[in-house]
Design a protein around this ligand. Sequence first.
Ligand code: NAD
Length: 231
Amino acid sequence: MNIVILTGAGISAESGLGTFRDIDGLWTKYDLNDVATPEGFARNPDLVHQFYNARRMNCRTALPNDAHTALARLQRDCPGEVDLVTQNIDDLHERAGSRSVWHMHGEVTRALCDACGHRWDAPERMEPSDPCPACEAAATRPDVVWFGEIPYFLDEIQDRLERSDLFVSIGTSGSVYPAAGFVAIAAGAGAQTLELNLEPSDSSSAFTEIRHGKASELVPAWVNEVLASAK
Ligand code: NAD
């Protein structure tokens, strides 16, 4: 069985990393146009670096929770292919033991040179004057995909979705495209579709099965079911 899993901010919420759209979410404290668009970065790179420096610091002190750990166990023990696609810029899947993770919105722990495209491990704090280690231009940005930019790995993800038998969406509001459209691609290819989320998402109606609750409880229970049925 080929399984494609999409995770969003909700899977990291119980690790203490804020989601974007919940009542106390990040967007209530910051304007996304200021901190998550190329235009905002051009206007005020200091503010954008401060925002992602804080995200990077939060990420370093957060620990993976039972949902991340269960998905790593699924990837390790499931006899079929398990592709893990995440909208998250944190590294909690990797730190839980997941080997391959498609970070479609980039990674807060990585840096990108806007001038030459070179990528490297981000230092704890980044500043607009930081030179690129390859070309020395002061054009350093976090390696994250902002609104208006094209997410990473879309061809690879489309290919996996078209070959999937089961698509599972975990902890995402289903409101950011193209990720919100993955369920339709998988369903169109004949896959079963399952949503695991705290509450109904904007795309709940597109799923064949929906379970509501905390990711740290729903995900380990679902992984146990899959591994038991694979024996
Ligand atoms: P979102 O904030 O829009 O939605 C989060 C969803 O998770 C909501 O539907 C909410 O009900 C659900 N949720 C909250 N707590 C949960 C829990 N304990 N268990 C299960 N579900 C829970 O997040 P999204 O859909 O990923 O939004 C997309 C954008 O947010 C992405 O671009 C992503 O890069 C960015 N983001 C990433 C992080 C991170 O890397 N940890 C954090 C915040 C936002």
